[in-house]
Design a protein around this ligand. Sequence first.
Ligand code: SAM
Ligand code: SF4
Length: 353
Amino acid sequence: MSRLSRNPEERNLNGKVTEVHKAHRSILTDAFGRRHTYLRLSITERCNLRCTYCMPEEGIPLAEKDKLLSLEEIEALSRLFVELGVRKIRVTGGEPLVRAGVGELCGRLRQIEGLHTLALSTNGVLLAQKARGLRDNGVSHINVSLDTLSVDTFRTLARRDRLKDVLNGIYEAKRMGFESLKINVVVMRGVNEHELPDFVRLADALEVHVRFIEFMPFLGNKWSPELVVPLGEMKRIISSQFTLHPRETDPASDGPATEFSIQGGRGVIGFISSLSEPSCSGCSRLRLTADGMFRVCLFAQDAVDLKSLVRSGVSRLEMEKAIGEAVSGKWWRRPELNELVGKGDRAMVAIGG
Ligand code: SAM
Ligand code: SF4
């Protein structure tokens, strides 16, 4: 049993939640009553693309291997979070599919009692090769980032020539029949906003969800306000060709997207407007980075070093105290935009989205 496991008597023996489990769940409830049931778990800072909106062209300084959580440490921390009330884990990165052992890790996470949903976000480059293994290891929800359907724009945006691989990855994931398959599009003015109607057609053709994301400022991503296409404008571009019908948001998505169906179509369209309409009041997300830093908000300026705590052998109680203090100190709403620009301590690639 790992150092982080609780006393076996406190475990959920008959599939029922014990009083101890119920009490511990409050550790993940913040001062405003928000329960945090969703953990975004970054397993690597490496990536096989160099998306302009995510990282600088030269990449980021990578942590030495021993500064990253091992797969065993990731599993132990995930188990702890599930015991505290997390019900959904999304494996992310960097690009999670470049980390050796990702399939095996997913298989181990899937075994954690109490975890309802195991999801993964990928750029899709290696997905054609890995989709079957992910599905067989219990991943049920896949999000693929794809920002353009043009070979040239892809080369400029991702600074690599891999559009064909990403499309093949999406087709293979579709064939594998994941419970959920979504395509995430970061929309940037003058780069890809004219492609929104093409993505609506893709959502229809593949019967998948496509989500359009406002471009957010992070360290090293050359963000500027002129590049942002706000929610209202994205909707106007799409509405000029399609009729949008509001849709009840998928309760399993735990996300900030507002969703629409298209009249006469089979796909679903979503918008993530973290800049123009932040959805902080319903936030249920926590983040653990590949180097073991625990962040209670995507835009947080500080983090708790859980890796050092695990490695120094602190008690389970001390781990819970550190996590609980961070969660209870979570702000109600992210700072205003002018306070975010140029302030972040990390590139997005080292946070995990
Ligand atoms: N490599 C994987 C991928 O691309 O999906 C997982 C990591 S990536 C950091 C996670 C998500 O963050 C992706 O959907 C990506 O589009 C999004 N993202 C990265 N930088 C962003 C930014 N500046 N604004 C909005 N979304 C961003
Ligand atoms: Fe890599 Fe994903 Fe960032 Fe693109 S968005 S650079 S694929 S981590």
